[in-house]
Design a protein around this ligand. Structure first.
Ligand SMILES: [Mg+2]
Length: 232
């Protein structure tokens, strides 16, 4: 019987795919509707943050008050996700990074690995993006921005779920987080997981190196090299 040895928890945006800011565009449009004016947002509000954290940051800047606007942050997020589906249907801008499809296929058929997600996207949002990219079938377990506002709280949730899902005891010591931002690296370090940083998002390899990931790659095009590192 195949035994999975290493749990690999993948981030989505900037790591597996690039959605040309579809999420950011959709969220900004919705917030303009709610507030009737432009909402200040910066790229660094988004990279590596959970959807809940992003929403709290943007709404907080506007002095959002649920009473005054007659809506809540969870309701706004649900509307955002409905709009994201439409946005991606109308403007199918998602690009899967070089090497990602081959890497995921090879990892999935390699008994040394089990695949999961650790992403700031809401669970529904994660599968909207992965589905649009044709990558959703690789992932049956993970932790999401809908589980906690603070990304650093997500690793224990992912480990617990993966242990139940794969019927194998995954610990921090046999798990990797694979992501594109310093927040992914910090989140792994906070719980003793290893982190592979990939420079396909908004941070360069030099910027990521300063945060001392356990492994650092420019992209996923050298499948054999990546698998060798993750198996080690
Ligand atoms: Mg990312």
């Amino acid at each position: 019987m195949a035994i999975a040895q290493k749990l690999l928890l993948f981030d989505i945006d900037g790591t597996l795919l690039f959605s040309e800011g579809a999420g950011r565009r959709t969220m900004t449009k919705l917030l303009i509707e709610i507030f009737g004016s432009d909402v200040e947002s910066r790229p660094e509000d988004f990279a590596g943050s959970t959807d809940l954290e992003i929403m709290h940051t943007l709404l907080g800047r506007q002095g959002f008050d649920p009473q005054k606007y007659g809506t809540t942050i969870p309701e706004i997020i649900e509307t955002y996700l409905d709009r994201l589906v439409v946005e991606l249907e109308e403007r199918p801008t998602i690009q899967v990074f070089d090497g990602v499809r081959t890497l995921l296929q090879n990892l999935e058929s390699d008994e040394r690995f089990a695949l999961g997600l650790l992403t700031g996207n809401f669970e529904r949002g994660a599968f909207i993006k992965l589905g649009a990219a044709g990558l959703d079938h690789h992932f049956g377990v993970g932790s999401y921005g809908s589980d906690h506002r603070d990304r650093n709280q997500l690793p224990p949730i992912a480990l617990e779920r993966a242990t139940a899902h794969f019927q194998r005891d995954f610990t921090a010591g046999n798990s990797w987080i694979i992501g594109d931002t310093p927040k992914d690296i910090r989140c792994a370090r906070a719980h003793g997981l290893r982190c592979m940083a990939v420079a396909t998002g908004m941070y360069s390899a030099d910027e990521l190196r300063q945060h001392q990931p356990d492994a650092l790659v420019d992209n996923f095009s050298d499948t054999n090299d990546i698998i060798h590192i993750l198996a080690g």
